[in-house]
Design a protein around this ligand. Structure first.
Ligand code: GDD
Ligand code: MN
Length: 397
């Protein structure tokens, strides 16, 4: 039997037949690989030493390599007494996180352990992760570098240690409930019950797959086991500075998953727009000597552009493709300026008809136009157009 995860170009079980889904009451070890040919042989050897005689296991590599890693795995797997498969992806959708989700979808055992291929995560700990999960009746067991007995000896340099610490605090501050009981949400080494994973709800982005799982799947019961994050066995880390930006985007995406949270973020981004707006006003009316009215209009456009960029990158990143960028700019700018124009008659209405004082009338008008602008931006700039296409009878892909 072959496993057939979606989106995979090539699926190759390299030893034996994998059991049918649900047949294995043991563990599927999911290992993402990107050019790890110098590590996989030693990795499989250490898994063979530590795991199969304690828990039935299968290993699923999800590989995005451009080197001969899959061939080396296939060769090394010949000596393994447990099933090993390689799922090679020609298009590495979602990077490391996307690879892990593919691996979880292909898993057949009751437990899934996710670990790196470079031996920074000790395979000897796998049985202990599972035993802890069973003993404490937890759905998720995290191998943590921050518990007594754990350490991050292998984290190269003070810079990476500081970044890792900062990222941990930030994540825990933003998700106090989902990450309660997880001292190391940045860990890439953990065990999760397959039944606790709602794979279709996952939208992995970059490296922090544990964060994604903990926030979106909310596993019931979390336990931790300390571990020492070792030096890499061979090769180099694939993480770059870009990964840091991706992580921040990932945090925003997770935090703004609900419409209410998205509206708050929209408002906060709007507030930051005051900075370029006022700065432009200062320059235009000051040094440039422009009359304040045209200066207001020009400065407002800068604020609009600023807001548009932030909203595009942070808030509606995955909904941009519904319209051409010029179309989105146009609609966004129209809504943002309509906001200004609409506010005055609204204030007049609140004061004249509803007899509100000017200040509360203005506050109410600000709030109303803000909510309208948010709803308008969602509906007119970033909503999929399929519904309308269907109505006009054109083909929907
Ligand atoms: N399939 C696939 N696709 N695998 C990838 C990709 C990718 O795009 N990028 C990296 N990998 C694999 C690597 O081959 C390795 O097995 C594992 O993912 C981790 O990659 P490293 O490049 O070694 O990451 P790291 O050591 O910097 O980061 C690790 O430790 C961090 C804690 O400091 C990861 O486990 C992170 O998730 C973790 O936060
Ligand atoms: Mn590593």
């Amino acid at each position: 039997m072959t496993i057939q995860p979606t989106g995979a170009e090539r699926v190759a079980p390299v030893t034996g037949d994998l059991p049918r889904p649900g047949a294995l009451t043991g563990v599927t070890v999911v290992i993402p690989t990107f050019n790890e040919s110098a590590n996989v042989r030693e990795l499989l050897r250490r898994i063979a030493d530590a795991v199969p005689h304690r828990v039935p296991c299968e290993v699923v590599f999800v590989d995005d390599s451009t080197d001969d890693t899959p061939a080396v795995i296939a060769d090394a797997a010949r000596d393994c007494a447990f099933p090993v498969s390689v799922l090679h992806r020609d298009t590495p959708v979602g990077g490391l996180g996307g690879a892990v989700v593919e691996g979880i979808k292909a898993a057949t055992a009751e437990w899934v352990v996710v670990m790196d291929a470079d031996l920074q995560h000790p395979p000897a700990l796998v049985p202990e992760l599972l035993a802890t999960g069973e003993k404490e009746d937890a759905d998720l067991v995290v191998a943590s570098r921050y518990l007594p007995g754990g350490s991050r000896a292998g984290l190269a340099g003070g810079y990476r240690v500081a970044v890792s610490r900062g990222a941990t605090w930030l994540a825990k501050g933003l998700f106090p409930r989902a990450l309660a009981g997880i001292s190391d949400p940045m860990s890439g080494f953990f065990a999760i019950r397959r039944g606790a994973v709602t794979a279709d709800a996952l939208k992995p982005l970059g490296y922090k797959i544990l964060l994604e799982l903990a926030v979106r799947c909310r596993p019931a019961g979390v336990a931790e086991v300390p571990f020492v994050f070792e030096e890499r066995y061979a090769g180099e880390s694939k993480s770059t500075a870009k990964e840091g930006l991706r992580f921040l985007r990932h945090l925003v995406e997770l935090r703004t998953a609900s419409p209410l949270a998205r509206m708050v973020a929209f408002g906060l981004i709007g507030l930051t727009g005051f900075v370029p707006n006022l700065a432009a006003l200062y320059v235009l009316t000051g040094a440039a000597g422009v009359h304040y009215l045209p200066a207001e209009i020009l400065a407002n456009q800068l604020g609009v552009a600023w807001n548009f960029l932030l909203i595009e990158v942070l808030l509606f990143r995955d909904r941009r493709h519904h319209r051409h960028w010029a179309d989105r700019v146009g609609r966004f700018a129209l809504l943002a300026n309509a906001d200004l124009v609409l506010r005055i008659p609204l204030i007049a209405l609140f004061v004249g008809q509803f007899h509100l004082a000017v200040l509360p009338a203005t506050a109410l008008a600000l709030l109303t136009t803000f909510v309208l602008r948010f709803a308008g931006t969602e509906a007119l700039v970033y909503l999929p157009r399929t519904a309308r296409r269907a109505r006009t009878g054109r083909n929907v892909r």
